[in-house]
Design a protein around this ligand. Structure first.
Ligand SMILES: [Fe+2]
Ligand SMILES: [Fe+2]
Length: 301
């Protein structure tokens, strides 16, 4: 392939924008001259909502910021509540975290919000597996999801929402079969975005955090559908981490909560940073030709 064509086929413009006095330009966001995105998405992840530290009010201010970008809808890649998963977590604690979530998300009542389940969302310490609040199913219900994995379409983009909260951090066998059939059914010329809490391929997985353990199988599957699969969106790392492999953009967009809404530690490059990543959210623009722009906006609330 000639170099000129090769460059044209790398469609991502990734950037980190400056807001509220935070300036950490990694790459300047570039507008596609005269072209309107088919879809403009607010991507939030790792909100880790809880009632203390004025977190709900701080999160609401962030949502106001996202709305100013005139987004069409929201994608939320999980860890919506601070933590339900630890062994000492009580029923009351789970309920107060979801109550804070509900209160904040009233601000997005006029938007579609598509969520996936993070590792901190399910309550495993319920008295029994029969308890209506036990595990992933309750988190699915509270997050307003139709199922723990599902798909939907908008314009010529198709979205697959995955659940990797299975043994070994992977898709279970029925989910993998569902995904294979779903990708095969996407019409030629259309585009695919997948979202998962854990990254599928990741740069920062070499540093911290986690990754889908079935990443090789998924990578092979995406290659079979390389004319369709454009984006894998994730969270979990709390680090801004973008990479491209076989033409698929793996975008792990930091964390709304940054350092879990706290000031940080000795490794934090700034207040509420996790290592070098500030708290923030991303605006993702999808174009009808399959190209995308992803810009991360730090916030200071
Ligand atoms: Fe998280
Ligand atoms: Fe997580």
């Amino acid at each position: 392939m000639k170099r000129r064509n090769f460059l044209r086929n790398i469609p991502l413009v990734a950037g980190i924008a400056a807001t509220g006095g935070v300036s950490q330009a990694l790459a300047a966001p570039v507008e596609k001259a005269g072209k309107k995105p088919a879809l403009t998405i607010g991507h939030i992840t790792d909100v880790h909502i809880r009632p203390e530290e004025n977190v709900p009010e701080r999160y609401k201010k962030c949502l106001e910021e996202v709305k100013r970008h005139k987004v069409d809808f929201f994608l939320n890649t999980g860890d919506s509540i601070h933590a339900a998963d630890y062994g000492h977590i009580t029923r009351e604690r789970v309920l107060e975290q979801w109550a804070a979530w509900d209160d904040c998300m009233k601000m997005l009542q006029s938007y579609d919000v598509y969520t996936c389940i993070g590792n901190h969302d399910p309550w495993w310490a319920a008295p029994s597996k029969e308890d209506e609040m036990y595990g992933v199913a309750y988190a699915v219900k509270r997050a307003g999801m139709p199922a723990r994995y599902y798909s939907f379409s908008k314009k010529n983009w198709h979205f697959f929402v995955l659940d990797g909260n299975n043994p070994g951090v992977s898709l279970d066998a029925p989910q993998m079969e569902w995904l294979k059939a779903g990708l095969a059914a996407v019409p030629a010329g259309h585009h695919v975005l997948l979202m998962s809490h854990y990254p599928i391929l990741t740069v920062t997985g070499a540093l911290v955090g986690g990754q889908h353990k079935d990443h090789k199988e998924l990578k092979n599957l995406f290659y079979q559908h390389k004319d369709k699969v454009r984006v894998c969106l994730s969270g979990h790392q709390h680090l801004l981490d973008n990479c491209v492999y076989n033409g698929v953009h793996y975008l792990c967009n930091g964390a709304m909560s940054g350092f879990w809404w706290e000031k940080g530690d000795e490794k934090s490059a700034g207040p509420c940073y996790v290592q070098e990543t500030p708290p923030g959210y991303a605006i993702l623009k999808l174009y009808d030709d399959g190209t995308i722009e992803n810009t991360y906006y730090p916030h200071q609330h």
